[in-house]
Design a protein. Structure first.
Length: 319
């Protein structure tokens, strides 16, 4: 067991600088405003391709079967201005799914535009909305330079819940190398970020007339940095069943505004190995940093203030 705490000067800086993209988007494929579902395999999108998302307003965008490689990821970027995705009727807005892999979705496509995607999913019924959702056994996904706001549930979610249809894949599936950075997530009904599962005992599903328990998949390599999280209904950010996760150089403030018990933490880490560094975490109804069943956690160079309970709470639940 290793629990390491370090204290030193706080160095928190949010560099929301946008790389220069030039006047031309220089893309191999274009998803026009009328496109809401794009199947990469059907469109001939392959490793190394650049895919333009035309600026304007659309109700949702689902990216399916986008398959890059580690050496040649697919880049999906805004072109011509800001891409507005708002979905008042469904539980999703921007979705990366259906086994997509090695994909970067970025709002840095236009010079001078800080957040090239603005995403909201305000629905509360019948299912609460999620702004950016990585699911469907997608892996090796990067998302950056977006504003996510006004969601019925989580602003950003990265996990796949099991179903009977994909049960054969569950024993070996790991969501790897998820990177989320330069995001502004605010005014969410649930968590700002929901990364990994909290269902450690597994999911009960009725498959072929029999109840089965399917364990949650793990995440290996989760990096969240240079994000601003504020005014969340539930926790600011939570990590579950995540190995080698890192959260750094970010601000979390005004969390748990719905006042739901056990959902008012600034940062929550559960059954994970994480490094938390250079954070500014402020103002919530419970604990600033809440660590549960996680014996390898580093917390360093951070400010935690304005919480009703502990600044840092640890419970290994080993007894």
């Amino acid at each position: 067991m290793r629990l390491l705490f370090a204290t030193s000067a706080l160095f928190v800086s949010l560099f929301f600088a946008v790389p220069s993209a030039g006047a031309q988007c220089d893309c191999d494929h274009t998803l026009e405003v009328g496109t809401t579902v794009a199947v990469g395999d059907d469109l001939g999108i392959g490793p190394g391709d650049r895919v333009c998302v035309t600026s304007g307003t659309r109700p949702f965008l689902r990216l399916q079967q986008f398959h890059g490689t580690a050496e040649q990821p697919i880049t999906v970027l805004n072109c011509g201005g800001v891409v507005e995705i708002t979905n008042p009727d469904r539980a999703y807005a921007l979705v990366i799914e259906d086994t997509s892999s090695h994909v970067r979705v970025t709002g840095s496509g236009v010079e001078g535009v800080e957040h090239g995607f603005r995403i909201s999913a305000p629905a509360r019924e019948p299912y609460p909305g999620i702004g950016v959702w990585i699911l469907g056994r997608a892996t090796n996904i990067e998302v950056d330079h977006m504003e996510v706001f006004d969601t019925g549930f989580a602003g950003v979610m990265a996990k796949t819940d099991p179903s009977c249809e994909d049960r054969p894949f569950w024993d070996g599936f790991v969501m790897r190398d998820t990177r989320l950075h330069h995001l502004w997530v605010h005014d969410t009904g649930g968590e700002g970020f929901y990364i990994g599962s909290t269902q450690l005992m597994g999911y009960t599903r009725s498959c072929d007339g029999a109840d089965v328990v399917i364990p949650p998949h793990r995440l290996d390599g989760v990096t969240v940095d240079h994000v601003l999280i504020e005014d969340t209904g539930w926790d600011g950010i939570q990590f579950g069943v995540s190995d080698a996760c890192a959260f750094s150089d970010s601000v979390v403030r005004r969390v748990g505004l719905e006042g739901v018990e056990f959902q008012m933490q600034g940062v929550q880490v559960g059954s994970s190995r994480c490094e938390l560094r250079r954070l500014d975490v402020r103002d919530g109804g419970a604990s600033g940093i809440f660590v549960l069943d996680s014996s390898d956690v580093t917390i360093a160079d951070s400010v935690i203030a304005g919480f009703a309970a502990d600044a840092i709470y640890l419970n290994l639940r080993s007894a």
